[in-house]
Every structure is written in C-alpha cells, then in structure tokens.
Design a protein around this ligand. Structure first.
Ligand code: NOJ
Ligand code: CA
Length: 583
C-alpha cells in the first residue's frame, strides 16, 4: 500500500501499484496495435558504483542493487537503466569497456547479473543497459591488438593516421579539451579519441566493427534485457575528409562530431539486424544534435531509435564551461517546442538529473534548507508531467543535493584534469572562475554515494572509506528519513507517479503553455480527449498572488503544500508551490 501524503486529492487515493506484464518484453516483437510500453514507462537510472555496496569494499555492486529492488519498485517506476556494469579499468567509471560480455569484477559476477534480472522480473521491473560503442577502453583486446602492428587484423577497428613527427593530423579537440589524437609510439601513428586518450574511438566504417556491436547487443538482449541507453551514439560516424574545423566549429565541436554522413544508415542497419527482432526500447544520447533533428532519429517510420536525450534543457544555464543566468521563459520555450508533435510518431525523453549533471534541486530549484523539499517537489512535478518518457536519477527522489567541494583535488571525475589542463593551463581561463563553475556543474555532484540512512557513510557501505565522498548532509537527507515522513520528497514522487498512471493525459496528452512569459509561474495544460489537467508551479523563492482564468472551476488533484485551491481563478502561491488540477 502506498503511503499517502496529507494533501492528496481523492483521485489518486486507491490507485494501486501497476504491475507491468513481462509477456511482451525481452523477446519477440510487439503485438500490433498496442502503444509501445516505453512510452508509458518511467525509468530510474542507477549509477552502480554509488548505489549500494553489499560486501563492504566501498564500491556499489549488483547484489547491492538486488537488495534495493523493492525500494525502486515501491517508488512506482517500472524500468531501470544501469550505467555500465561491464569489465573496465574504470578510467571513466565504466564508460571505457574492456570486455563487453563480462561483468566488472568489482560489481559481481554473471550469476549476480542473472539473479538481478530474475528478481527484477519477478517485481515487474525491466532492466536496460548502457551500450558504450562509440569507443572502447584502451585496455580492450581489440585495441591492444590494433595498436601492436599496422598489419594487425584489428588495426582498422580504430581510427589511425600516420604521424611520423607526432603532430596531430588535424585540429580536432576532444570533447573535454586537448587534442582528440594521441600519438602511439608502437607504430608512430596517432589514434582518434573524442573523449579521454584511454577511450579510443571505434571505426564504424569497418563492417567487422558493426558486426561485433550487433553481436554484443544480441548477447544481452537474449539474456532478457529490455533495451539500451546508447552512449554518445550520435558520434559513431566520422566525417571522412577529417578536415580541420573552422574557428566557429571549434566553439562547439560536438555538432561536427554528430554530423557524420553514415550515422542514420548505421542506426538503421542496427535496427534491421538487431532491434526489430525484439520488443525493446532504445534511447540514444544525442550529444551534438539540434532539437529540430530529433525526428530523424525517433520517427518510427525511419526505424532507427525510439527516443533520444536532447540537451537543450540541461544546457539552458550553460555557455561553454560557464554557468549563466537564465530566465524561466527559456526553459518554457524548450518544453513548448518539445510539446509540439515534431512528426507524426516521434517521442521525447524528459530528464533533469543523471550521472553527468549536477543535482537538479541545486540547479533548477533551491537546495537551501527552507526551500529544498518544496523546490525538489516542484521540479519533480515538472519532470513527471512534461511530454515524453521521464528519467529519474538515483537520489533525485530524495531531493539529494550537490556536494561541497573546496578545490580541484576534491574531484574524482576523469574529465576534470583534462578540462583543467586545456582551459586553465593552456587557454588561460581564470582558475577561480573555472573552479566555481566546476562546483556548480561538475559531474561528481551526482556521483556521491546514495544516502540510505543516517548511519556512517549514509548506509551505503560498511567500509571505512567509500570509493567517493558521501555528502555530509546524509544525516538529514536519506531514504530512511524519507520513508518515515509522509510529506517527504520520496512520497511526493510516489504520488505523482501514481497520478501519471491514473491520467493518461499526462502521458499521451497535448501540451499547451498557458502563461509563457511569466517570470516565475509555469502553468501548462495536458489534454487528451475530454481529460484536461493543469500543472501549476511557482518556480521562485517568493510567494505572491496569481490569477489565471484557466484555474476557475479547476479541482485540485495534488499539491506539495497543504490544501490550497484557486477561488475564481485567483490564488496565493507559496515559494515553490506546485499543484496539479483537473480542469
Ligand atoms: C556520456 C556518458 O554519459 C559520460 O558519463 C561519459 O563520460 C561519456 N559519454 C563518454 O563515454
Ligand atoms: Ca562492493
């Protein structure tokens, strides 16, 4: 039975847990005429290293995830995305894979994985995996053989250029800074790496590489996984000329990297050869893609991917490495554009948090004590009522916040020294300004251990030292405290998820922004047939009176504050107040 918050409209009360049938998942194509399951799914991302350590070595693992499956199920999500769990030297915490068919020993064994799958299935939870195939680890046997000799059969698995003097073959930068080429003494050549030098890019123009990838995908799909999140999948096709970038292009090289001529052909081949044979979901990380191009990936008639992660929302407060101020209208414009059907059958994702982003409450809300809970709930209201499949990141449901950092040495992220070298040391960016931006925007904000309870190390591990620092606020912000408090962020997420299941308008409805210019209020409608819901949020630290004729005769379904309704369309809004009405 769901615990109820005090202020819940009767409409949600009584909605039980929706159990997802497994009959159509995992294998076999989708039955004709049904909406794909992933449009109605809510996905919970786990960063395994930081989720739960079962054996006291300070590192999260698969048995730890298994232990917490009931917690995830009770939240009301139905699908889990596991960030990479494969063998890896962990230069980039698993985004550098050295064996795609082996579980990272620190995380457990293949038996642990099989047990996790079985338990998840018994709880009605699907699992999707991270497919990281733009690059491998430099420790992958393919790369080891590739670098050994120019005539190796694996040479052409990667992208090599002769560079006898060691000069990079062109001016391409890595996404994190510095050259995208590393010279390799073994053969006096350089290889391409769009990320760290330990993450060499695969050569997708080589059909043998594509065969390898398709075979890896089948291996996991045949184990029953429900699909893939595809890491920087937009970058797999490289521009054949390898021409220099223009100064303008160098400001945002990701747009060049995502413009390879064969990208869509490769995705279609992947779909024909693998994906179309299973009823699974795919979500591509579409770094470097412009919003208008989303349908090129997701329009179902094109037979490529189901959904992509677009970056417009999480870039609203960024300019290059700098954090910038942003008006609410900018965010509303992105959502309004996403809410207009871009093509007859294209579907969005909605996310604010993931393992690469700072914590949503610290960024889009206000994480100071008077506002943290209310603002975490307000942005949850937004996350779970926009158009598309929502993704929740571990700890977001607790309102976990950014981590305090004092200096650059506090960061673990591989990106940080690379960026520091490129920006501060080479480009002369002010170190203090860069550090401030890292504190706000650094990926490590999201990677501190999950806060389970108020015991030492937040109940994440029994080890003396977890692999990465626990946020000192765990004594107040933790899952156990949330469970005990009927008004917690966790229970609000739970209630919102129940509401989503009850009102299909929140999933399939049209989208209309009812007050696009207001500087603090976000008010929009989702409508499906005769069902019309209004979502109202005060996205600011101030309370004020708000008037909208749309609110006349609307009946309140849920709010993050105690019993408030609108009388004659006029209402007082507390700071970060959020409500959903039936109109
Ligand atoms: C995107 C992943 O989300 C990120 O964590 C990783 O560092 C890069 N891709 C490279 O794989
Ligand atoms: Ca462990």
């Amino acid at each position: 039975m769901l615990k109820r918050r005090t202020m819940l409209g009767g409409a949600v009360a009584g909605a039980g847990m929706l159990m997802i049938g497994r009959s159509h998942a995992a294998s076999g194509v989708r039955p004709a005429g049904r909406q794909p399951w992933w449009k109605e799914a809510v996905i919970y991302e786990i960063y395994p290293r930081s989720f739960r350590d079962s054996n006291g070595d300070g590192i999260g693992d698969l048995p730890g995830i298994l232990e917490k499956l009931p917690y995830i199920r009770d939240l009301g999500v139905d699908t889990i995305w596991l960030a990479p769990i494969f063998q890896s030297p962990n230069r980039d915490n698993g985004y550098d894979i050295s064996d795609y068919r082996a579980i990272m020993p620190e995380f457990g064994t293949m038996d642990d994985f099989d047990r996790l799958m079985a338990k998840a299935s018994s709880l009605g939870l699907r699992i999707i995996l991270d497919l990281v195939v733009n690059h491998t680890s430099d420790q992958h046997p393919w790369f080891q053989k590739s670098r050994a000799a120019k005539d190796s059969p694996y040479r052409d698995y990667y992208i090599w250029r002769d560079t006898p003097q060691g000069h990079p073959p062109n001016n391409w930068p890595s996404v994190w800074g510095g050259s995208a080429w590393a010279s390799d003494p073994a053969t006096g050549s350089s290889y391409l790496h769009l990320f760290s030098p330990q993450q060499p890019d695969l050569n997708w123009d080589n059909p043998a590489v594509r065969e390898e990838v398709f075979s890896i995908m089948k291996f996991w799909l045949d184990k029953g996984v429900a699909g893939f999140r595809m890491d920087v999948i937009t970058m797999i096709s490289k521009i054949p000329s390898f021409r220099d970038m223009t100064p303008e292009e160098l400001k945002a090289p990701e747009y060049v990297y995502a413009a390879g001529p064969h990208l869509h052909a490769y995705l279609r081949e992947m779909n024909d050869r693998v994906l179309s044979h299973y009823d699974v979901m795919t979500v591509g990380e579409a770094y470097g893609m412009r919003a208008r191009d989303i349908p090129l990936f997701t329009d179902s008639a094109r037979r490529e991917l189901d959904m992509v992660f677009a970056f417009d929302i999480v870039h609203v407060d960024r300019q290059g490495w700098r954090k910038i101020d942003w008006p609410l209208s900018k965010l509303k414009q992105v959502y309004a554009a996403a809410g207009k059907p871009r093509s007859p059958d294209s579907w969005n994702t909605v996310f604010l948090d993931n393992h690469d982003q700072p914590r949503a409450v610290s960024r889009f809300g206000n994480d100071s004590p008077p506002f943290r809970e209310a603002s975490a709930k307000a942005i949850a209201t937004m996350l779970l009522t926009q158009c598309g499949t929502p993704f929740i990141y571990q700890g977001e449901e607790l309102g976990m916040t950014n981590l305090p950092f004092s200096g650059v040495e506090d960061f673990d992220d591989v990106q940080v020294p690379i960026q520091w070298e490129a920006r501060v040391k080479r480009q002369g960016v002010d170190p203090d300004a860069f550090l401030e931006s890292l504190k706000d925007m650094g990926r490590d904000n999201a990677r501190s251990p999950m806060q389970w309870d108020a015991t030492r190390n937040a109940g994440f591990t029994t080890a003396n030292r977890p692999w990465f620092r626990v946020n000192p606020n765990y004594t107040e912000i933790n899952a156990q405290a949330c469970m005990q408090d009927p008004n917690s962020v966790y229970h609000y997420f739970q209630a919102l998820l129940a509401l989503r299941r009850k009102y299909p308008a929140l999933i399939h409805g049209t989208y209309q922004d009812l007050d696009p210019d207001h500087h603090a209020v976000f008010l929009y409608a989702r409508e499906l047939g005769r069902s019309r819901l209004l979502i109202l949020m005060n996205m600011s630290d101030r309370g004020f009176t708000y008037e909208s004729s749309s609110l006349t005769r609307a009946s309140l379904l849920i709010s993050n504050m105690q019993h408030r309704g609108a009388t004659q369309g006029v209402t007082w809004l507390e700071p970060w107040e959020a409500r959903i009405y039936r109109a």
